[in-house]
Design a protein around this ligand. Structure first.
Ligand code: UDP
Length: 413
């Protein structure tokens, strides 16, 4: 057994690792390529960083490629993202042309590798156009949608669907996101890596150091939301909720920790909106963190009394899993992947408005035992459902299934 995999056995139990090895046996040497559009920032990069090396440890030949484009390309793909999540966006012909050109240019670079791969996983809309430029592909191509596509803006989905329909399969995070498509669709929720810097146990000294670094008072209650500055994450709503709760709990502090993803051109505008709403309140700490500030985020989540993820749309919300793994109750927007994780009244609360969030903040801060119970349940729920090992198992199962599609049964040695 290899060392990286072995280290997960302490958390998941050895059977889980044996199962992975058994599944991977028939996939030894299989060439797998994952493609997305950012190496750092956001949940997809977070996942691929570990999924790829772990599957290599299991004997697959996995690589992770990142496409790039110009400003208009990112404007277009951000609009597609917003459109998939239901916004009535207008994407003009020039932006669509930039999207198509960027996909063509990236295909020039990646064509050989993609065409030779046994499996290609294309993450989200940004690289979805690559397939059209690899006419001699030999492997199965899977479109992996991380976005809450439950109610897409039709013109955007119509455009994307033409590309996506040509894939061999697609993966969504929740059944509610699946769309009518001409190929099989699979449901695979994302996961966190319990051994990464973002999630590993930290000493109390390290948590205290980070508290001190950001002038957070350990004696006062702390709310934390970690998110890109994106309107769907509703940072403004978080500050409103904090302000409503603070009327009753004057000692309350809030951290909004974020940074940019290199494929997100709207971040600065949303950050400015959050700063305006914070209005120089010394107890609202808006932190712009470096993309590799994983331990800092880990410490902030551990320092929190309650973690918020007040999104209005959420493909999954790794930050919710990260918080649950740290035994924190989560107050989350009643939407998308947050619903899958926050079991209302058990691992946290689902809310629709800043008022609702404020009510739950006040309730929990007065019920410390309840907070602890929710935290314990959250950690177990995350362990059972949202760790990397489960995620990897489902990818392996999917590959075995796609390869043996027409056979009556699959023999595992
Ligand atoms: N994240 C980070 N730095 C930031 C903001 C977010 O490292 O400034 C991480 C966060 O901890 C989580 C991921 O990026 O692991 C965000 O994933 P999520 O599914 O919550 O949201 P997405 O950004 O993919 O919409």
């Amino acid at each position: 057994m290899s060392s990286l995999l072995e280290s997960y056995a302490a958390i998941t139990g050895p059977d889980v690792i044996d199962h992975l090895r058994q599944l991977a046996e028939s996939l030894r040497g299989t060439k797998v390529v994952h493609v997305n559009s950012t190496r750092i920032g956001g949940g997809v990069a977070e996942i691929l960083e570990k999924l790829a090396p772990l599957s290599n440890e299991l004997g697959l030949d996995t690589s992770w490629e990142v496409i790039s484009g110009g400003e208009e390309f990112y404007q277009c793909t951000k609009s597609m993202h917003n459109g998939l999540q239901g916004n009535r966006v207008q994407i003009n012909a020039a932006l669509l042309a930039a999207y198509e050109q960027a996909n063509e240019a990236n295909a020039e670079i990646l064509r050989e590798k993609l065409s030779e791969a046994d499996f290609v996983f294309i993450h989200d809309p940004q690289p979805a156009g690559l397939l059209a430029h690899c006419p001699n592909r030999r492997g199965k191509w899977v479109w992996r949608c991380h976005i809450d596509a439950s109610h897409p803006y039709r013109p955007v989905w119509k455009y994307l669907r033409k590309m996506v329909d040509r894939y061999d399969a697609s993966i969504f995070s929740l059944p509610a996101f699946a769309q009518p498509l001409q190929h099989p669709q699979y449901i695979i929720p994302p996961s966190i890596d319990p051994l990464s810097d973002k999630n590993i146990e930290l000493s109390q000294e390290e948590v205290n150091r980070v508290r001190a670094e950001f002038d957070l008072d350990p004696a006062r209650p702390l709310l934390v939301q970690v998110s890109r500055f994106d309107r769907f994450k509703d940072p403004v709503g978080v500050i409103q909720a904090y302000r409503l709760a603070k009327k009753f709990i004057p000692s309350l502090q809030l951290v909004l920790a974020g940074g940019g993803a290199s494929d997100d051109p709207e971040g600065d505008i949303v950050l400015a909106e959050a700063r305006e709403m914070a209005n120089n309140d010394p107890d609202v700490h808006i932190l712009l963190l470096a993309p590799d500030a994983h331990r800092t985020i880990n410490a902030l989540q551990r320092a929190a009394d309650i973690v918020l993820q007040k999104s209005t749309k959420e493909g999954f919300g790794l930050t919710v899993t990260e918080a649950m793994w740290k035994s924190k109750p989560v107050i989350g927007g009643d939407t998308g992947g947050i619903r899958l994780q926050v079991i209302n009244y058990h691992t946290g609360f689902l809310v629709h408005t800043p008022e609702g969030a404020a009510l739950r903040i006040r309730y929990l801060l007065r019920q410390k035992t309840r907070m602890q119970e929710m935290g314990i349940k959250g950690k177990e729920y995350a362990r059972e459902n949202f760790l990397l090992t489960r995620h990897l198992r489902e990818y392996l199962t999917l590959m075995v299934g796609l390869r043996h599609k027409d056979e009556y049964r699959i023999e595992l040695n």
